[in-house]
Design a protein around this ligand. Structure first.
Ligand SMILES: [Ca+2]
Length: 205
């Protein structure tokens, strides 16, 4: 087989491998799709709103702050994604607090990546770094999470943006450019590698 042909096939194989190795699992992570305070594909609760006064990319981000209900309370939004036992998920996003409405008191905000069973019980979770009163304002901070293989009984994954207000302190947090990647279990990867190998051998004959 001509060298160029082999090179082309290897490139295709690598591209297929890369596409399968890491699959984008959530949509509208930049919150550009939506209607007013609602971001398409996201379910929000408490004081959580799609806003256009601070964004890392595009025009929108998600803003959240406390409910000022007198006790410990939570605002946030989440999106579920597909994952099977044995597959692994990682997630990334960006968080910020503005100096004009800086996080204060004991408030904190974070991203949380979760594996859940069919009854919505948490089987495993990974929390990002916190956005809180000590966070440098007016800068987007990269937030990352990583979980190992999903255990037996995993029915879905969820990515949460959360704002926790232990008392009635002020301040708000913004999130933008969230993504989740799901990596197939090693057995699937091996099978794919063998498949590409067979394809190349067959073509060589
Ligand atoms: Ca955005």
């Amino acid at each position: 087989m001509a060298f160029n042909k082999v090179k082309k096939m290897l490139t295709i194989g690598l591209l297929v491998g890369a596409a399968v190795a890491s699959q984008a699992a959530i949509v509208n992570g930049s919150f550009e799709d939506g209607n007013g305070a609602d971001a398409a594909n996201w379910i929000r609760f408490g004081n959580t709103f799609r806003e256009d006064d601070a964004s890392r990319t595009g025009l929108h981000s998600m803003k959240m702050f406390g409910n000022f209900s007198g006790g410990f309370n939570v605002s946030g939004a989440f999106q579920n994604f597909s994952i099977l036992p044995g597959q692994s998920a990682t997630a990334k996003g960006y968080g910020m607090t503005l100096s004009g409405d800086k996080m204060s008191g004991g408030n904190w905000a974070l991203l949380k990546l979760i594996y859940r069973d069919a009854g919505d019980n948490d089987l495993a979770f990974s929390e990002s770094m916190f956005i809180n009163a000590n966070t440098t304002p007016d800068v987007w901070h990269e937030l990352t999470m990583s979980l190992g293989p999903a255990p037996a009984g995993t029915a879905k994954g969820s990515l949460f943006m959360l704002f926790l207000q232990p008392e009635s302190a002020g301040g708000s947090a913004f999130f933008d450019d969230l993504e989740v990647n799901v990596v197939p279990e090693p057995a699937t990867m091996t099978a794919l590698a063998i498949g590409v190998g067979c394809m190349l051998r067959k073509r060589r004959k």
